[in-house]
Design a protein around this ligand. Structure first.
Ligand code: F6R
Length: 240
């Protein structure tokens, strides 16, 4: 892991965004793994600005998002799909048909997992994957568990995750389940850009970097990834 510490979230957004933009400049058909939540917003702002300034085009990239809520229509304002449209896709020239999401409303999660795994393989694998982290050490929605997962699966969200994300749901209760990429799918990405900001992430970052590799802190598996950037602000790095 290459650990870098920054003063502001804007600086982190520029550093993470630059890694994505450079990947696309070097390979216009790059496959991007994307995340939702507060953490990637400055990164997506940087990417949109670079597109606006004519420095990069996303017209031939393919994207795969990490996760999506179950039992929530795709077009609902709180779906991760809507989040991505609002924060990135509507601001760049990515093609609709190149945007991939897990479907949280399927009858058969195992078939959906297989569909997503096949789509990732057919696209040539993920070249660069953005990751945030939960306060409990989750990556995507791989919550602390007894073993590491592999491909995508349906997960029951933990109380910690529900508490953290409920703030976004003002009209309906937050979904209790999600479809998420598994740890294996994440670890197969060629490059990982992990970002954590704020003191609420400091303990998870400590366990991830300094603790043993264990599924009780899913992010700790990143110690085994050959090309993983860890971008932190001072608050998130405080316990290192
Ligand atoms: C989102 C995701 C989650 C978030 C994590 C941190 O697609 O996979 O693992 O990265 O919950 O969320 P924020 O950035 O809102 O603190």
């Amino acid at each position: 892991m290459q650990i870098l510490t920054f003063k502001t979230t804007e600086e982190i957004g520029a550093a993470a965004g630059k890694l994505f933009v450079e990947t696309v400049q070097n390979n216009p058909k790059a496959v991007l793994g994307l995340a939702t939540g507060a953490t990637p917003v400055p990164t997506y702002e940087y990417m949109a600005k670079e597109y606006e300034n004519g420095n990069v085009s996303f017209k031939d990239v393919t994207t795969f998002n990490l996760d999506e809520y179950c039992d929530l229509p795709k077009e609902h304002k709180n779906s991760f799909y809507s989040f991505m449209v609002d924060n990135l896709f509507s601001k760049i020239d990515v093609k609709d048909e190149n945007i991939n999401f897990l479907d949280g409303n399927v009858e058969d999660p195992d078939a959906e997992s297989k569909r997503y795994a096949d789509a990732i393989i057919n696209a040539g694998g993920i070249d660069i994957q953005f990751l945030g982290v939960g306060r409990n050490g989750h990556i995507a929605f791989n919550e602390p568990a007894d073993e590491f997962t592999d491909e995508a699966f349906k997960v029951k969200l933990t109380d910690s995750t529900i508490e953290a994300n409920s703030i976004y749901f003002d009209d309906i209760p937050m979904p209790r389940y999600a479809m998420t990429m598994g740890i294996g799918s994440i670890m197969r990405a060629k490059k990982i850009v992990f970002v954590a900001t704020g003191s609420s992430k400091a303990e998870a970052v400590r366990a991830m970097v300094k603790g043993e590799v264990t599924p009780s802190c899913p992010a700790s598996i990143l110690q085994n990834h050959p090309d993983c950037y860890v971008l932190l602000d001072e608050a998130a790095a405080a316990l290192l």
